[in-house]
Design a protein around this ligand. Structure first.
Ligand SMILES: NC(=O)C[C@H](N)C(=O)O
Length: 412
């Protein structure tokens, strides 16, 4: 028989659809989330009444909060879940560096008392918060999982219960010393995710890195080899991470016909120290029409602005194959390889908060620091199939029942 244990998880509720109720002005976060959407559900509450716990909250104060005991699971554990609800709860479209600083501070301040952390967050900017925390908590030796939902847990057909329960179970049973996202039955690395659907229950993907774990009816598959185990240190220096400030970095998406004037207006904005340039394909932008763009970038880099080149494509990496990408590199742009916009943006913010030296920041932007980037030599982009002329055509019956028609059926 398995020993009876009570792993302790701190559930931090920051806001998002998962905790929203309808109002005359539209969906807004509800203060009744814990009392009316979580506590009455048997999967989250074995009926033990009156459990309380004391935590350090998002304002740095000690607060007495409710604690739930989950029903005994397959591994003999009654997970204990302490619930800290932020005040105010927010729609994540408003979340940026103040929220990231609060979340990082709460995890750090409470880390000694909990084995793991689950964060309920809106999906709109969940990928940004997950990436920001991946950098800000990279020395933490514990599992942090962000989750949310496309439909509120106040509605019976919500995906929230599944996402929340999965996060609590995975975080309390797997040692994954990373910031992760659990959504739609997949556990992703936090610095790799991006939101790909505004409504689908599988709303997130991690395009350039497979999930760390996947859940199906038959069980939980964990890709152990992919999980960061390296050099997380023996503990956690709570003074080691400065507060981050998202107002110092901008994202500029290149579009056909973009002008030097527009590029200049972003790069020369007062207070901007970093720019994430989302370019076409493998790192290109229209330089043929106007070399002023290169000159504008060169001057900004010389002034100490860090400019990072990432691709607008969901898959693949910035390379130096094409002339425009090489010219951008010669002008001082830093290749961000296969980082998502979310990872590049938050990494730049994090590095700028940690260092005054722009060439040091630029160098680290091209270096993998917590699994957010695939160095170019291991880039998959150039791997090719065998010639299509040599590939077998497999016979697949269509859903409508119509057979595949070949112009040479006898040869296939
Ligand atoms: N599904 C959601 O959570 C969307 C919501 N607007 C939010 O990001 O807070």
């Amino acid at each position: 028989m398995l020993a009876h244990t009570e792993p302790r998880v701190l559930l931090i509720v920051a806001g998002g659809t998962i905790c929203m109720q309808d109002s005359p002005t539209g969906l807004v976060p509800s203060k009744l989330f814990l009392e009316e959407a979580i506590k009455p559900k048997q999967t989250f509450n074995d009926g033990t009444d009156g459990l309380v716990d004391e935590v350090v909250d998002e304002h740095g104060s000690r607060r007495s909060v409710s604690c739930l005991r989950l029903p005994r699971d397959r591994y003999g554990a009654n997970v204990r879940c302490t619930v800290l609800e932020f005040d105010p709860l927010i729609d994540s479209s408003s979340a940026h560096s103040p929220t990231w600083n609060q979340l990082s501070t709460v995890v750090r301040a409470n880390q000694a008392r909990y084995e793991s952390f689950v964060i309920c967050h809106g999906t709109d900017t969940l990928a940004y918060t997950a990436a920001a925390l991946s950098f800000m908590l990279k020395d933490l030796d514990k599992t942090v999982i962000l989750t949310g939902s496309q439909k509120s847990m106040f509605f019976p057909d919500s995906d929230g219960s599944n996402n929340l329960l999965g996060s609590l179970v995975l975080s309390s049973h797997l040692r994954v010393p990373e910031v992760c996202v659990y959504f739609g039955n997949s556990l992703f690395r936090g610095s790799r995710v991006t939101k790909v659907s505004a409504s689908n229950y599988s709303g997130f993907e991690s395009p350039n890195a497979r999930p760390l774990a996947e859940v199906s009816e038959s069980g939980i598959t964990v890709h152990w080899d992919d999980i960061n185990q390296a050099s997380r240190g023996n503990g956690f220096n709570s003074n080691s991470v400065p507060e981050v400030d998202s107002s110092k970095v901008v994202v500029l998406k290149v579009f056909p016909g973009i002008t030097a004037k527009l590029v200049g207006s972003m790069l020369n904005t007062k207070g901007v120290s970093g720019v994430v340039l989302e370019t076409f394909g493998a790192g290109n932008m229209p330089l043929g029409m106007s070399d002023d763009i290169l000159e504008t970038i060169r001057q900004a880099v010389q002034r100490g602005v860090v400019v990072v080149n990432i691709t607008q494509c969901l898959h693949g990496s910035v390379t130096s194959s094409y002339e425009p990408a090489r010219k951008l590199a010669d002008a001082g742009i830093t290749p961000g390889f296969d980082m998502t916009t979310e990872a590049a943006f938050t990494k730049l913010i994090y590095l700028l908060a940690s260092s005054q030296n722009s060439s040091d920041v630029a160098r680290k932007m091209s270096t993998n620091i917590c699994g957010e980037l695939t160095p170019p030599e291991t880039d998959e982009a150039d791997k090719q199939f065998a010639s299509i002329a040599q590939l077998p055509i497999r016979y697949v019956r269509s859903i409508s029942g119509r057979d595949f028609q070949s112009i040479r059926p006898s040869k296939l």
